[in-house]
Design a protein around this ligand. Structure first.
Ligand SMILES: [Zn+2]
Length: 353
């Protein structure tokens, strides 16, 4: 089974190195695939979201049963519930299984990194409560990109707590496009702040540096900020978009350019990876180690070599994709997704026999 998952992951061109380092849950892999593949359908004119009913796209096409089943797993509490936990003195995980969200604590309030989506926004807020973090203290919401799984809760958090939502111009526009599938429909804040490359958001004693790293979407926002472990301070990076679920030579080249810049400039000297999908930085495995950490031993999230290897893996995968795009052999993301789901189903049947 695991081997099969790895083969499927290969569709997205991930390298051997990465496959050894990461054990991607199928849900995450497919989630990345779907949010990208279907987002790419978004550019067609579509009817307003409200007119869509479950089970069909806004243009009235039936959503494939396997795909619907997968979408259902994203809303299944048994699969998605993760108890919120602390990672550093000033940094907390408040996400679910397949999508991450973090809270950065400063001397003048909280910065929320990504917002999940409905029905998970209350889960995020409850998690904050359990950790002693007051959602009324959220001053900024930094959204890594405009797909529903990261941006879907932004409007509600803005409305309820008055936090300023920050996203790049490209991804404000992306978030505002009508969703192709009802499950991806989201409320977008009426007002917010446009993020620019190189900009700094300062809140109290903490500075978060914003970097535009296009590829996964046209306006991916990656973040650099300090995390505290006792007397030690480390530089953390939140990669704003890793998945290769998009098409085209130009777009793939922009991904490669972004990751080249991450390796040589943005993430240079950074030792902590806190990506917006936990699997991409082995967040849960590290959290287990952290829970059992003996006093005076290294923090399991501080892993500069591991992070460098992850970045190298992402670049190698994107390079493979670029070659395929150039030679015209790259698979359409949605077709690839369908074949993954079909294989998964026949695999399931074989297992059941
Ligand atoms: Zn995405």
């Amino acid at each position: 089974m695991t081997g099969q998952i790895f083969n499927k992951w290969l569709i997205w061109g991930l390298s051997q190195t990465l496959r050894q380092r990461l054990r991607p849950a199928l849900g995450v892999v497919l989630g990345l695939v779907i949010t990208g593949a279907l987002a790419s359908c978004k550019s067609q004119p579509a009817a307003p979201v409200v007119s869509a009913s479950p089970g069909v796209t806004v243009t009235g096409e039936a959503i494939p049963a396997q795909l619907q089943k997968l979408i259902d797993t994203w809303n299944d509490p048994a699969l998605q519930t993760v108890k919120a936990f602390q990672i550093f003195d000033n940094l907390y995980y408040v996400g679910i299984d397949w999508v991450a969200a973090y809270v950065l604590q400063t001397s003048a309030g909280l910065i929320l990194i990504d917002t999940l989506y409905e029905p998970w926004v209350d889960h995020l807020l409850t998690g904050m409560d359990e950790l002693g973090l007051d959602p009324n203290d959220i001053k900024y919401v930094l959204v890594t990109h405009g797909h529903f799984d990261h941006a879907g809760g932004a409007a509600q958090i803005n409305r309820r707590f008055g936090a300023t939502v920050v996203m790049t111009e490209e991804d404000w526009a992306l978030a505002r496009e009508p969703a192709s599938i009802p499950a991806f429909a989201m409320d977008v804040p009426a007002n917010g702040q446009v993020a620019h490359d190189g900009e700094i958001i300062q809140l109290g004693d903490t500075k978060v540096e914003l970097f535009k790293t296009p590829g996964h979407t046209e306006g991916v926002l990656s973040l650099r900020y300090p995390v505290q472990d006792g007397t030690e301070t480390y530089t953390a990076i939140t990669l704003g978009g890793v998945g290769l679920n998009f098409s085209g030579v130009e777009r793939t080249q922009s991904y490669l350019d972004s990751y080249a810049r991450l390796r040589t400039e943005i993430a240079k000297g950074a030792s902590v990876s806190l990506p917006n999908h936990a699997e991409m930085g082995a967040v849960f495995e590290r959290a287990k180690q952290l829970a059992q950490r003996a006093p005076g031993t290294p923090h399991p999230f501080v892993d500069p070599e591991g992070f460098a290897a992850d970045l190298a893996g992402f670049v190698a995968a994107a390079q493979n994709k670029l070659n395929a795009e150039k030679s015209g052999t790259a698979q359409d993301p949605l077709d690839a997704l369908k074949s993954v789901l079909t294989n998964q189903e026949s695999e399931q049947e074989t297992k059941e026999q």
